[in-house]
Design a protein around this ligand. Structure first.
Ligand code: T4K
Length: 399
């Protein structure tokens, strides 16, 4: 095998991306039909009939009282914090997409980063307990890569300490508890329907809650704070979902089961293909289903694999296999949060270790058997050539 870093042809002619959306032909058909309806009505946004239908479906599927659709999950998180009138400090993991932490800053809240559990990469409740101060007002748990954070323990800690619990469920759509989609924990749970997610509405999100007052406030806040024509009682913003996004959501709902099945099959292929590879540790998922398996996550042990994660990343990108390092380098290592911390240094050893080792492989594949086999062969070839690759990297340092 002639690797692309050694001037061979890239293994993949058609690039592979993590997060490429699934858009089945029947989804396109249903979407176009729903859009025709919207065009006929000439009603395109502002709590239209498609948004209302989609909200009712999402609430029903999750078994929650209220679902308020929003333009994206980042705004959803900001609206929840505004609706809860939070001030002071919020404890959250650094190992998350920056949007979780950014939402706190937009609300002028102080983010306090807790470390994660190595077993599932989610916020460690013991860390939360240790970080609570008189200034703490809320905790944000993040469900990551199809695994729920420790909702029960976080709920118990928050209830005992008088804190609000917000759940960033951007990755969680399609994850199940029993036969129901997960949702409804904490004060509110926020889903993302971004293009890269298991279920997409182009851009979009949803705030799930069982608290009617919170739901009402979110609805007012997402629409500039209007309480009636010509009457604005709150500092709201524009965070509404459009009819086009709701049409995409409604068109995609019938595909959930088939997508879950497809992801299960693809995970199985990867597990089989990677089983003989030394130094590549696949994420452990809870037994008996539950995860949407949207992300295929592994940790690279440099000593055992023979290559650092970053070098493997370079070599695979050269092969047109655009794997990702979510969520390297961790929020606490991003310039925004380093400057903010001032004299404070974050001790997050597990986060730092996972950020150094993590790698995400593509799971939306057009020819899964062929593509996963090729990725497996590629990794085996890379491992077999590890000495030459390390030598090449020392002569060609990453810029
Ligand atoms: N909380 C968590 C835990 C999150 O992960 C996120 C978002 C949020 C909150 C906030 O949710 P939203 O406000 O977005 O609703 C992407 C997404 O933009 C982001 O939504 C997502 N998490 C994050 C995990 O991934 P990037 O910076 O990696 O995006 P980008 O443009 O590099 O694309 C990622 C990959 O997807 C590439 O391999 C290309 C591929 N792609 C992308 C798009 C947009 C496609 O194949 N088709 C597409 O249409 O953040």
């Amino acid at each position: 095998m002639e690797l692309a870093v050694f001037s061979g042809r890239p293994a993949f002619e058609k690039p592979l991306y993590v997060g490429q959306p699934a858009i089945e032909p029947q989804v396109r058909e249903r979407f176009h039909a729903l859009m025709e309806e919207a065009f006929e009505r000439r009603y395109l946004t502002n709590d239209g009939p498609l948004v209302q239908r989609f909200e009712a479906e999402i609430a029903r599927l999750h078994g929650v009282e209220h679902c308020a659709l929003v333009a994206n999950a980042t705004l959803g998180l900001i609206l929840v914090m505004e609706a809860l009138e939070l001030t002071g400090q919020v404890i959250l993991p650094s190992f998350t997409f920056v949007a979780t932490a950014h939402a706190c800053l937009w609300k002028k809240l102080e983010p306090v980063f807790g470390d994660i559990r190595r077993s599932d990469f989610t916020l460690d409740p013991d860390q939360v307990e240790a970080l609570i101060t008189p200034e703490t007002r809320a905790v944000i748990g993040v469900h990551l890569f199809g695994r729920q954070c420790r909702v029960e323990r976080l709920t118990e800690i928050c209830d005992r300490s008088g804190l609000k619990l917000i759940l960033d469920a951007a990755h969680a759509f399609g994850c199940t508890t029993g036969r129901r989609l997960e949702g409804g924990g904490g004060a509110a749970e926020v889903l993302s329907f971004h293009a890269t997610k298991f279920f997409t509405t182009f851009e979009g999100g949803a705030v799930l809650t069982n608290d009617p007052e919170l739901d009402t406030r979110i609805r007012l806040l997402r629409n500039f704070g209007f309480v009636g024509h010509g009457r604005v009682d709150f500092l709201g913003m524009n965070a509404k979902m459009s009819e086009a996004s709701a049409a995409m959501g409604l068109a995609s709902l019938p595909e959930i089961e088939a997508r879950l099945e497809e992801k299960r099959m693809i995970h199985g292929l990867y597990r089989k293909e990677f089983s003989g590879l030394e130094g590549l540790e696949l994420q452990v998922l809870p037994k008996g289903g539950g995860s949407n398996r949207h992300y295929l996550v592994a940790l690279v042990d440099e000593d055992r694999f023979g290559l650092s994660r970053d070098l493997l990343y370079r070599v695979l990108w050269a092969e047109n296999c655009f794997i990702r390092r979510y969520f390297y380098p961790g929020c606490h290592n991003s310039a925004v949060y380093r400057q903010l911390a001032g004299a404070r240094t974050w001790e997050l050893p597990v986060t730092d270790e996972i950020c150094r080792k993590i790698i995400c492989f593509p799971t939306n594949l057009t020819e899964p058997e062929k593509e996963v086999r090729k990725i497996g062969e590629l990794l085996a070839g890379i491992q077999a050539n590890r000495r030459e690759i390390n030598r090449w990297a020392s002569l060609n340092p990453a810029r």
